[in-house]
Ligand binder design. Structure first.
Ligand SMILES: [Zn+2]
Length: 252
């Protein structure tokens, strides 16, 4: 239980008054951590609102510096900040709005020296499970999550329904994503990657995959069944580009 100071009670009074937030809700907000990827058009207002609301710890990843042309929409950066790293400019405004927030800045392109940089390894049992599932679901694309430990060892395949039932793309239902996250947490595992199959195309992201990939912090593993072979590779996709073709996982 956090002991709120007088100042915090006043600062968050409009939250605390809300029946669905209250003191407990504010405490949860203050214990929350959020990583904002990109301090640009979206990251700027998001960071300000998160800070104002009292999120306890905010990380910001951005490799860029503030340009005059950013100011028209990236409202966390001011005229005096032109030329400064966006993460520094953002940090200053976050602390100006709410000095309670702890801010971690990563002035680099996405890699933040945290779990993102771990190397993923996967044992043959899990690979065989994925192959069986993909062959069963063919010609539709099959998909799921690879769960494992924080040091990057994949320990299990978590089946997900491809709600598109398509031969060319896949989607997860939000409720299934939530269930997967809950399951992983209950077993103290992390979601290390999502994977899907390419029943009749190579093991590399399609144009559709590049367009739809929306999580730069996760690996996308693709199992190709082309020509009766099994090829599994993993990729990281940022802003529609493959930035890291990481491991060649299996071939045969
Ligand atoms: Zn694909």
């Amino acid at each position: 239980m956090i002991d709120f100071t007088e100042e915090q009670i006043q600062r968050y009074s409009r939250h605390i008054l809300l029946q669905d937030v209250g003191v407990e809700g504010q405490e949860k907000i203050m214990n929350a951590r959020v990583l904002v990827v990109g301090a640009g058009g979206l990251g700027a207002p998001v960071s300000l609102y998160l800070a104002a609301a009292g999120i306890g710890r905010i990380g910001i990843v951005d490799a860029d510096v503030v340009d005059l042309s950013n100011l028209q929409r990236q409202v966390i950066h001011f005229t005096k900040d032109v030329g400064l790293p966006k993460v520094e400019s953002a940090k200053e405004k976050i602390l100006a709005i709410n000095p309670d927030v702890k801010v971690d800045t990563y002035h680099e392109f996405l890699y933040s020296g945290n779990a993102l940089d771990i190397k993923m390894t996967i044992n043959d049992d899990v690979i065989q499970q994925i192959i069986r599932q993909a062959e069963k679901d063919a010609p539709e694309e099959s998909c799921g999550y690879l769960l494992g430990t924080a040091d990057g060892q994949v320990t299990e395949n978590y089946w997900m329904e491809n709600i598109d039932h398509s031969e060319e793309h896949f989607s997860f239902a939000p409720k299934d994503q939530f269930a997967a996250l809950k399951y992983a947490r209950s077993k103290n595992l992390k979601i290390l990657a999502n994977w899907h199959s390419h029943p009749a195309s190579p093991s590399r992201p399609s144009q559709e995959d590049l367009r739809l990939a929306n999580d730069p912090t996760i690996r996308y593993a693709i199992l190709s069944l082309l020509d009766g072979k099994h090829n599994l590779n993993s990729f990281r996709i940022v802003d529609g580009q493959v930035v890291d073709k990481e491991i060649h996982l299996a071939n045969g």
